[in-house]
Design a protein around this ligand. Structure first.
Ligand code: TXA
Ligand code: MG
Length: 353
Protein backbone atom coordinates (compact mmCIF):
# COMPACT_ATOMS: atom_id res chain seq x y z
CA UNK A 1 0.00 0.00 0.00
CA UNK A 2 1.27 3.48 -0.81
CA UNK A 3 1.10 5.80 2.18
CA UNK A 4 0.02 9.25 1.07
CA UNK A 5 1.62 12.32 2.71
CA UNK A 6 -1.15 14.87 3.25
CA UNK A 7 0.26 18.36 3.71
CA UNK A 8 -1.93 20.41 6.03
CA UNK A 9 -0.65 23.90 6.77
CA UNK A 10 -3.16 24.62 9.55
CA UNK A 11 -6.72 24.06 10.72
CA UNK A 12 -8.01 26.39 7.98
CA UNK A 13 -6.21 24.49 5.19
CA UNK A 14 -9.50 23.13 3.86
CA UNK A 15 -8.13 20.93 1.06
CA UNK A 16 -5.90 18.79 3.30
CA UNK A 17 -8.43 18.58 6.12
CA UNK A 18 -11.14 17.50 3.68
CA UNK A 19 -8.89 14.89 2.09
CA UNK A 20 -8.06 13.31 5.49
CA UNK A 21 -11.72 13.39 6.57
CA UNK A 22 -12.88 11.75 3.32
CA UNK A 23 -10.39 8.90 3.71
CA UNK A 24 -11.59 8.35 7.29
CA UNK A 25 -15.24 8.37 6.21
CA UNK A 26 -14.33 5.76 3.59
CA UNK A 27 -13.02 3.42 6.33
CA UNK A 28 -9.30 4.13 5.81
CA UNK A 29 -6.61 4.45 8.49
CA UNK A 30 -4.92 7.89 8.68
CA UNK A 31 -2.21 9.10 11.09
CA UNK A 32 -2.94 12.56 12.49
CA UNK A 33 -1.05 14.97 14.73
CA UNK A 34 -2.36 15.65 18.23
CA UNK A 35 -0.85 17.78 21.00
CA UNK A 36 0.40 14.66 22.85
CA UNK A 37 1.68 12.19 20.20
CA UNK A 38 0.59 11.27 16.65
CA UNK A 39 -2.55 9.13 16.59
CA UNK A 40 -3.50 6.33 14.17
CA UNK A 41 -7.09 7.26 13.43
CA UNK A 42 -10.09 5.36 12.08
CA UNK A 43 -13.84 5.87 12.33
CA UNK A 44 -14.88 4.75 15.83
CA UNK A 45 -18.19 3.57 14.33
CA UNK A 46 -16.59 1.23 11.76
CA UNK A 47 -15.46 -2.19 13.12
CA UNK A 48 -13.52 -3.01 9.92
CA UNK A 49 -11.56 0.24 10.05
CA UNK A 50 -10.88 -0.33 13.75
CA UNK A 51 -9.60 -3.83 12.95
CA UNK A 52 -7.22 -2.31 10.37
CA UNK A 53 -5.74 -0.08 13.10
CA UNK A 54 -4.93 -3.12 15.26
CA UNK A 55 -3.37 -4.88 12.25
CA UNK A 56 -1.24 -1.90 11.11
CA UNK A 57 0.20 -1.44 14.62
CA UNK A 58 0.49 -5.14 15.42
CA UNK A 59 -1.46 -4.29 18.56
CA UNK A 60 -2.63 -7.04 20.93
CA UNK A 61 -6.40 -7.55 20.58
CA UNK A 62 -7.00 -7.04 24.31
CA UNK A 63 -5.65 -3.46 24.40
CA UNK A 64 -8.52 -0.96 23.93
CA UNK A 65 -8.36 2.29 21.91
CA UNK A 66 -9.15 5.91 22.85
CA UNK A 67 -12.08 7.59 21.05
CA UNK A 68 -11.40 11.22 20.06
CA UNK A 69 -14.17 13.81 19.81
CA UNK A 70 -14.14 17.44 18.65
CA UNK A 71 -16.53 19.03 21.16
CA UNK A 72 -18.13 18.23 24.49
CA UNK A 73 -21.57 17.72 22.90
CA UNK A 74 -20.20 14.65 21.08
CA UNK A 75 -19.60 12.92 24.42
CA UNK A 76 -23.18 11.69 24.66
CA UNK A 77 -22.78 9.97 21.26
CA UNK A 78 -19.96 7.76 22.52
CA UNK A 79 -20.64 7.28 26.27
CA UNK A 80 -23.73 5.61 27.75
CA UNK A 81 -23.68 7.79 30.88
CA UNK A 82 -21.96 11.03 31.87
CA UNK A 83 -21.45 11.22 35.63
CA UNK A 84 -20.97 14.52 37.49
CA UNK A 85 -17.24 13.78 37.78
CA UNK A 86 -16.98 13.59 33.96
CA UNK A 87 -18.62 17.00 33.55
CA UNK A 88 -16.20 18.52 36.07
CA UNK A 89 -13.19 16.94 34.35
CA UNK A 90 -14.38 18.02 30.88
CA UNK A 91 -14.71 21.62 32.11
CA UNK A 92 -11.28 21.56 33.76
CA UNK A 93 -9.16 19.60 31.27
CA UNK A 94 -10.78 19.64 27.82
CA UNK A 95 -9.71 20.32 25.20
CA UNK A 96 -6.36 18.83 26.19
CA UNK A 97 -4.20 15.84 27.09
CA UNK A 98 -6.80 14.13 29.27
CA UNK A 99 -8.76 10.89 28.69
CA UNK A 100 -11.66 9.61 30.76
CA UNK A 101 -13.03 6.07 31.01
CA UNK A 102 -16.85 6.02 30.92
CA UNK A 103 -19.57 3.43 30.25
CA UNK A 104 -19.43 2.54 26.52
CA UNK A 105 -22.22 3.96 24.32
CA UNK A 106 -24.11 1.51 22.11
CA UNK A 107 -22.86 3.07 18.83
CA UNK A 108 -19.25 2.24 19.73
CA UNK A 109 -18.38 -1.32 18.63
CA UNK A 110 -17.03 -3.65 21.34
CA UNK A 111 -13.77 -4.05 19.36
CA UNK A 112 -12.83 -0.38 20.00
CA UNK A 113 -12.75 -1.19 23.73
CA UNK A 114 -11.34 -4.72 23.28
CA UNK A 115 -14.62 -6.15 24.56
CA UNK A 116 -14.83 -4.00 27.72
CA UNK A 117 -18.15 -2.31 28.53
CA UNK A 118 -16.29 0.98 29.05
CA UNK A 119 -14.86 3.47 26.55
CA UNK A 120 -11.89 5.85 26.79
CA UNK A 121 -12.73 9.35 25.47
CA UNK A 122 -10.50 12.36 24.75
CA UNK A 123 -11.12 15.82 23.30
CA UNK A 124 -7.73 16.90 21.92
CA UNK A 125 -6.70 20.55 21.75
CA UNK A 126 -4.71 20.20 18.51
CA UNK A 127 -6.46 22.41 15.92
CA UNK A 128 -5.76 20.05 12.98
CA UNK A 129 -6.99 16.97 14.87
CA UNK A 130 -10.19 18.79 15.83
CA UNK A 131 -10.73 20.15 12.32
CA UNK A 132 -10.44 16.62 10.87
CA UNK A 133 -12.92 15.18 13.42
CA UNK A 134 -15.31 18.07 12.64
CA UNK A 135 -14.98 17.67 8.87
CA UNK A 136 -15.56 13.91 9.02
CA UNK A 137 -18.36 14.36 11.56
CA UNK A 138 -17.16 11.14 13.18
CA UNK A 139 -15.54 10.26 16.49
CA UNK A 140 -12.09 8.77 15.78
CA UNK A 141 -10.60 5.74 17.50
CA UNK A 142 -6.88 6.46 17.66
CA UNK A 143 -4.05 4.78 19.51
CA UNK A 144 -0.55 6.21 19.23
CA UNK A 145 0.70 5.87 15.63
CA UNK A 146 3.72 3.62 16.34
CA UNK A 147 4.34 -0.07 15.84
CA UNK A 148 3.11 -1.72 19.02
CA UNK A 149 5.84 -1.82 21.68
CA UNK A 150 8.01 0.92 20.11
CA UNK A 151 8.42 4.47 21.44
CA UNK A 152 5.36 6.63 20.62
CA UNK A 153 5.73 8.97 17.63
CA UNK A 154 6.10 12.68 18.30
CA UNK A 155 6.75 13.65 14.66
CA UNK A 156 5.41 12.68 11.23
CA UNK A 157 8.88 11.22 10.48
CA UNK A 158 8.52 8.81 13.43
CA UNK A 159 5.14 7.65 12.09
CA UNK A 160 6.63 6.97 8.65
CA UNK A 161 9.58 5.13 10.23
CA UNK A 162 7.12 2.59 11.66
CA UNK A 163 4.10 2.58 9.34
CA UNK A 164 5.10 3.71 5.82
CA UNK A 165 3.39 1.31 3.40
CA UNK A 166 1.00 -0.03 6.07
CA UNK A 167 -1.57 2.81 6.27
CA UNK A 168 -3.44 4.98 3.77
CA UNK A 169 -2.07 8.38 4.76
CA UNK A 170 -0.17 10.54 7.22
CA UNK A 171 -1.18 14.13 7.90
CA UNK A 172 2.19 15.90 7.95
CA UNK A 173 1.94 18.25 10.93
CA UNK A 174 4.53 19.79 13.24
CA UNK A 175 6.20 17.93 16.10
CA UNK A 176 3.87 17.28 19.05
CA UNK A 177 3.91 19.88 21.79
CA UNK A 178 3.50 17.65 24.89
CA UNK A 179 5.44 14.55 23.80
CA UNK A 180 3.86 11.94 26.11
CA UNK A 181 0.38 10.46 25.79
CA UNK A 182 -2.67 11.78 27.62
CA UNK A 183 -3.45 11.30 31.30
CA UNK A 184 -6.00 8.46 31.60
CA UNK A 185 -8.49 8.43 34.51
CA UNK A 186 -11.09 5.72 35.13
CA UNK A 187 -14.33 7.43 36.19
CA UNK A 188 -16.23 4.10 36.27
CA UNK A 189 -14.38 3.06 39.41
CA UNK A 190 -15.13 4.58 42.79
CA UNK A 191 -12.99 6.39 43.83
CA UNK A 192 -11.70 7.60 40.43
CA UNK A 193 -8.42 5.96 39.46
CA UNK A 194 -5.40 7.30 37.57
CA UNK A 195 -4.44 4.59 35.06
CA UNK A 196 -1.78 6.47 33.07
CA UNK A 197 -0.01 9.70 34.11
CA UNK A 198 0.39 12.48 31.52
CA UNK A 199 0.66 16.25 31.18
CA UNK A 200 -2.42 16.76 33.38
CA UNK A 201 -0.72 16.04 36.71
CA UNK A 202 -1.93 14.27 39.87
CA UNK A 203 -1.96 17.65 41.68
CA UNK A 204 -4.23 19.16 38.98
CA UNK A 205 -6.49 16.10 38.96
CA UNK A 206 -6.95 16.16 42.75
CA UNK A 207 -8.26 19.74 42.57
CA UNK A 208 -11.21 18.32 40.59
CA UNK A 209 -11.25 14.73 41.90
CA UNK A 210 -10.11 15.02 45.56
CA UNK A 211 -10.44 11.26 46.23
CA UNK A 212 -8.43 10.19 43.14
CA UNK A 213 -6.26 7.11 43.69
CA UNK A 214 -3.17 6.20 41.65
CA UNK A 215 -3.32 2.68 40.22
CA UNK A 216 -0.39 0.50 41.35
CA UNK A 217 0.42 -0.24 37.68
CA UNK A 218 1.63 3.38 37.26
CA UNK A 219 4.87 2.61 39.08
CA UNK A 220 4.92 -1.14 39.72
CA UNK A 221 5.51 -4.13 37.50
CA UNK A 222 2.26 -6.04 36.90
CA UNK A 223 2.05 -9.37 38.67
CA UNK A 224 1.77 -12.21 36.11
CA UNK A 225 -1.80 -13.44 35.73
CA UNK A 226 -3.28 -10.56 37.76
CA UNK A 227 -6.04 -8.49 36.15
CA UNK A 228 -4.97 -4.90 35.31
CA UNK A 229 -7.31 -1.89 35.16
CA UNK A 230 -5.67 -0.57 31.99
CA UNK A 231 -4.59 -3.36 29.63
CA UNK A 232 -2.00 -1.09 27.98
CA UNK A 233 -0.01 -0.91 31.20
CA UNK A 234 0.85 -4.59 31.27
CA UNK A 235 3.02 -4.69 28.15
CA UNK A 236 6.68 -3.90 27.72
CA UNK A 237 6.19 -0.64 25.98
CA UNK A 238 7.71 2.45 24.44
CA UNK A 239 10.84 0.37 24.09
CA UNK A 240 13.88 0.95 21.91
CA UNK A 241 15.43 -2.19 20.40
CA UNK A 242 18.47 -1.71 22.62
CA UNK A 243 18.31 -3.08 26.16
CA UNK A 244 17.49 -0.21 28.51
CA UNK A 245 18.11 0.37 32.22
CA UNK A 246 16.62 3.20 34.28
CA UNK A 247 19.19 4.59 36.70
CA UNK A 248 18.25 6.46 39.90
CA UNK A 249 20.78 8.70 41.61
CA UNK A 250 22.28 12.19 41.68
CA UNK A 251 24.59 13.70 39.04
CA UNK A 252 27.80 12.50 40.71
CA UNK A 253 26.54 8.93 41.21
CA UNK A 254 25.09 8.69 37.68
CA UNK A 255 28.19 10.02 35.91
CA UNK A 256 30.53 7.80 37.95
CA UNK A 257 28.31 4.78 37.20
CA UNK A 258 28.03 5.27 33.42
CA UNK A 259 31.75 6.02 33.09
CA UNK A 260 32.48 2.55 34.55
CA UNK A 261 30.31 0.75 31.96
CA UNK A 262 31.65 -0.58 28.65
CA UNK A 263 29.62 -0.36 25.41
CA UNK A 264 26.81 1.67 26.94
CA UNK A 265 25.19 4.95 25.95
CA UNK A 266 24.04 7.40 28.63
CA UNK A 267 20.71 9.19 28.22
CA UNK A 268 21.31 12.02 30.60
CA UNK A 269 20.47 15.52 31.83
CA UNK A 270 22.46 18.55 30.72
CA UNK A 271 23.84 18.77 34.28
CA UNK A 272 25.43 15.31 33.85
CA UNK A 273 26.89 15.85 30.40
CA UNK A 274 30.25 17.43 31.16
CA UNK A 275 31.26 14.61 33.53
CA UNK A 276 30.39 11.79 31.14
CA UNK A 277 33.11 10.17 29.06
CA UNK A 278 31.03 7.52 27.21
CA UNK A 279 28.65 8.31 24.28
CA UNK A 280 25.67 10.29 25.51
CA UNK A 281 22.41 11.97 24.50
CA UNK A 282 20.77 14.66 26.67
CA UNK A 283 17.01 14.89 27.01
CA UNK A 284 16.70 18.07 29.07
CA UNK A 285 17.51 19.34 32.54
CA UNK A 286 16.48 17.97 35.94
CA UNK A 287 14.43 21.02 36.78
CA UNK A 288 12.30 21.02 33.65
CA UNK A 289 9.98 18.01 33.42
CA UNK A 290 8.02 19.56 30.53
CA UNK A 291 11.08 19.45 28.26
CA UNK A 292 11.90 15.91 29.40
CA UNK A 293 8.36 14.86 28.36
CA UNK A 294 8.79 16.61 25.02
CA UNK A 295 12.09 14.84 24.31
CA UNK A 296 11.77 11.39 25.91
CA UNK A 297 10.40 9.33 23.00
CA UNK A 298 12.50 11.06 20.40
CA UNK A 299 15.71 10.50 22.40
CA UNK A 300 14.88 6.78 22.76
CA UNK A 301 14.50 6.50 18.97
CA UNK A 302 17.77 8.40 18.38
CA UNK A 303 19.59 6.23 20.91
CA UNK A 304 18.63 3.10 18.97
CA UNK A 305 20.59 4.35 15.97
CA UNK A 306 23.81 4.32 18.03
CA UNK A 307 23.67 0.52 18.28
CA UNK A 308 24.90 0.43 21.87
CA UNK A 309 24.84 -2.70 24.03
CA UNK A 310 22.79 -0.96 26.74
CA UNK A 311 21.10 2.42 27.23
CA UNK A 312 21.48 3.84 30.75
CA UNK A 313 18.76 6.44 31.27
CA UNK A 314 19.06 8.91 34.15
CA UNK A 315 15.66 8.74 35.90
CA UNK A 316 13.69 12.00 36.23
CA UNK A 317 11.91 13.12 39.39
CA UNK A 318 8.34 11.87 39.75
CA UNK A 319 7.02 15.38 40.42
CA UNK A 320 4.39 16.91 38.11
CA UNK A 321 4.80 15.74 34.50
CA UNK A 322 7.94 13.90 35.68
CA UNK A 323 5.66 11.04 36.82
CA UNK A 324 4.55 10.49 33.20
CA UNK A 325 8.16 10.51 31.94
CA UNK A 326 9.21 8.09 34.71
CA UNK A 327 6.23 5.81 33.92
CA UNK A 328 7.20 5.59 30.21
CA UNK A 329 10.88 5.02 30.94
CA UNK A 330 10.06 2.28 33.42
CA UNK A 331 8.25 0.40 30.64
CA UNK A 332 10.94 1.18 28.06
CA UNK A 333 13.34 -0.47 30.52
CA UNK A 334 10.97 -3.41 31.08
CA UNK A 335 11.07 -2.43 34.79
CA UNK A 336 14.87 -2.77 35.12
CA UNK A 337 15.84 -0.09 37.63
CA UNK A 338 19.31 0.45 39.06
CA UNK A 339 19.01 2.40 42.30
CA UNK A 340 22.37 4.09 42.99
CA UNK A 341 20.90 5.85 46.03
CA UNK A 342 20.25 2.44 47.62
CA UNK A 343 23.69 1.15 46.61
CA UNK A 344 25.28 4.27 48.11
CA UNK A 345 23.27 3.89 51.34
CA UNK A 346 24.21 0.21 51.64
CA UNK A 347 27.86 1.03 51.04
CA UNK A 348 27.85 3.71 53.73
CA UNK A 349 25.93 1.37 56.08
CA UNK A 350 28.64 -1.28 55.69
CA UNK A 351 31.48 1.07 56.56
CA UNK A 352 32.19 0.80 60.29
CA UNK A 353 33.01 4.10 61.98
O1 TXA B 1 -2.47 11.03 24.02
C1 TXA B 1 -3.03 9.98 23.76
O2 TXA B 1 -3.81 9.42 24.56
C2 TXA B 1 -2.75 9.34 22.39
C3 TXA B 1 -3.27 10.30 21.32
C4 TXA B 1 -3.21 9.72 19.94
O3 TXA B 1 -4.56 10.72 21.64
N1 TXA B 1 -3.35 8.05 22.29
C5 TXA B 1 -2.86 6.97 22.98
O4 TXA B 1 -3.53 5.78 22.73
O5 TXA B 1 -1.93 7.02 23.72
P1 TXA B 1 -2.93 4.37 23.12
O6 TXA B 1 -3.82 3.40 22.47
O7 TXA B 1 -1.51 4.31 22.75
O8 TXA B 1 -3.13 4.26 24.65
C6 TXA B 1 -4.43 4.09 25.19
C7 TXA B 1 -4.32 3.67 26.64
C8 TXA B 1 -3.87 2.22 26.76
O9 TXA B 1 -3.02 2.12 27.90
C9 TXA B 1 -5.19 1.48 26.97
O10 TXA B 1 -5.03 0.27 27.67
C10 TXA B 1 -6.01 2.51 27.75
O11 TXA B 1 -5.64 3.75 27.22
N2 TXA B 1 -7.45 2.32 27.57
C11 TXA B 1 -8.18 2.54 26.46
N3 TXA B 1 -9.48 2.21 26.66
C12 TXA B 1 -9.57 1.78 27.94
C13 TXA B 1 -10.65 1.30 28.74
N4 TXA B 1 -11.87 1.20 28.27
N5 TXA B 1 -10.38 0.94 30.02
C14 TXA B 1 -9.11 1.04 30.52
N6 TXA B 1 -8.04 1.49 29.80
C15 TXA B 1 -8.27 1.85 28.53
MG1 MG C 1 0.40 3.66 22.61
Amino acid sequence: MKTERIIVKGADDQAGIRQAAQLLRAGQVVAIPTETVYGLAASAYDPEAVKAVFVAKGRPQDNPLIVHIADKEQLSAVAAAIPETAKRCADAFWPGPFTMILPRGEKIPASVSAGLDTVAVRLPSHPIARAIIHAGNLPLAAPSANTSGKPSPTSAAHVLEDLDGKISAVVMGDDCEVGVESTVVDLCSDPPRLLRPGAVTVEELRRVLPDLVVDRAVLAEPVKGQKVASPGMKYKHYAPKTETVLVEGDTAAFTAFVNRQIGGVAICFEEDAKGITCPKLCYGTTRDETTLAHEVFSVLRKADELQADVLYVHAPSREGVGLAVYNRLLRAAAFRVMDLKETEKRRKGNVQP
